[in-house]
Design a protein around this ligand. Structure first.
Ligand code: FDA
Length: 399
């Protein structure tokens, strides 16, 4: 049993949705494009975890179907239902999966009140568990994006929230200690408690296998009615191990999002692609990169002569409570903070090898965010660090 398509996308997340949208915009004929996703719904916007259906008719949508193996030499995929799908061009948009506690030697992740958050099914489950323990104790493991955003939601839903993470401060991969302390104080005012510099070592369970408490390495025991785990992700590359070149834990692609096999492209969280600004290949776990890499791959497939090299400016953002920040570029080098850390608008910029390479801004206007993005793209030379640090606003230095 088998079917053949010109274009096949494996994965049904953000990048897959945007790639499909781009194919349709550029014109694909009925039956030329197929999406295979193990999820039960069409691709949707993951950050909102809402179902923004992107797909018009004419695309073969194979849902609830896992691709079990791939043969890039033969240009075929084998699905869990035993069907062989062949392609002329393959786009790998398999994203990443949440790392489980078991991978850090802690058992009990399958308990009914331990939640992860990657897809719609996870989100539904989390909401159900949260609603089953009104006013209860929530422990959030991890101080990154997922941890911070879930902690905010849980406290808004009137749970007693404690965040636990090994780093000295939240969002350790991006925030400076000064930026982090602003958000931690804000969270504390909302009732969130922090236990930093330690990790979870085990759970206590009741007789029906539900977690009742978490035990930390520093000896603290925290009672728990719900545990939410956000401890990073791992790219879903297994199908292509040994067949495609890997880098930074993902599938290595060139500036046209093309892998070491010229018929296979990779996009979104699973792709490691060249970032001109920093002059190296990186894998970015962010929605904007998923959208733009998807569009670029489709353009490179459909109009190879007209499509240049991707020049992606790394962009991260988050919105929690009344707060909202954006970051552009790279957080390397020396940091200079600016703005009012006691008010609503502040930020930091990063200067590396004499150039402005990154900027973070909380509480900016649309125009200010656009200005910092433009500034980072130009990557201006900063002659005088001292003068730079005296400026009230990072962007004043550039314009
Ligand atoms: P994504 O995970 O979206 O999709 C992968 C798809 O592949 C899934 O449908 C999966 O089922 C499927 N799949 C995998 N293996 C398969 C197989 N073998 N066969 C068939 N299907 C397979 N980013 C940001 O910049 N700002 C933000 O605020 C947030 N917020 C946020 C909240 C939450 C809750 C999450 C989970 C993530 C974010 N992110 C984010 C990150 C952002 O959502 C992420 O970068 C994109 O979803 C990446 O899109 P992809 O399409 O690469 O992976």
């Amino acid at each position: 049993m088998g079917r053949a398509f010109v274009y096949v996308i494996v994965g049904g997340g953000v990048a897959a949705g945007y790639a499909a949208h781009e194919f349709v915009k550029r014109g694909v004929s009925h039956g030329e494009l197929c999406i295979i996703s193990e999820e039960p719904v069409a691709p949707y916007e993951r950050p909102a975890l809402s179902k923004g259906y992107l797909l018009p008719e004419g695309i073969e949508l194979i849902l609830r179907t896992r691709v079990k193996s791939a043969d890039v030499r033969r240009k075929t995929l084998l699905t869990g239902t035993g069907e062989t799908i062949s392609y002329k061009y393959l786009i790998v948009a398999t994203g990443a999966r949440a790392l489980r506690l078991e991978e850090f030697g802690v058992n009990g992740s399958d308990a009914a009140n331990v939640c992860y958050l990657r897809d719609l099914a996870d989100a539904d489950r989390l909401v159900n568990v949260m609603q089953s323990c009104p006013g209860g104790n929530a422990v959030v493991i991890g101080g990154g994006y997922i941890g911070m955003e879930c902690a905010a939601s849980l406290v808004i839903n009137k749970l007693n929230v404690t965040m636990v993470f090994p780093d000295a401060h939240c969002m350790a991969r991006l925030f400076t200690p000064k930026i982090a302390s602003y958000y931690e104080e804000f969270y504390q005012c909302k009732g969130v408690k922090f236990v930093k510099g330690t990790v979870l070592t085990s759970f206590d369970f009741n007789s029906d296998g539900t977690v009742t408490a978490v035990n930390l390495k520093n000896g603290i025991k925290l009672p728990a009615d719900i545990v939410v785990v956000g401890i990073r992700i791992r790219p879903n590359t297994t199908l292509f191990e040994g067949q495609l070149t890997m880098e930074k834990g993902g599938i290595k692609v060139n500036a046209k999002m093309q892998s070491s096999n010229s018929s296979v492209f990779a996009i979104g969280d699973v792709a490691a692609f060249p970032i001109k600004l920093v002059g190296e290949t990186r894998r970015l776990e962010h929605v904007d990169a998923a959208r733009k890499s998807a569009r670029h791959a489709v353009a490179a497939i459909m109009e190879p002569e007209k499509t240049g090299e991707i020049d992606y400016l790394p962009f991260f953002y988050s919105r929690v409570f009344t707060l909202s920040w954006q970051f552009y570029g790279d957080n390397a080098g020396e940091v200079i903070h600016f703005g009012d850390f006691y008010g609503n608008t502040f930020g930091a910029y990063w200067i590396h090898k004499g150039h402005l390479v990154g900027c973070f801004l909380e509480g900016g206007t649309k125009e200010q965010y656009e200005a910092i993005a433009r500034a980072i793209r130009v990557k201006p030379r900063i002659e005088d660090l001292r003068r730079a640090s005296e400026a009230r606003f990072g962007i004043c230095i550039v314009f």
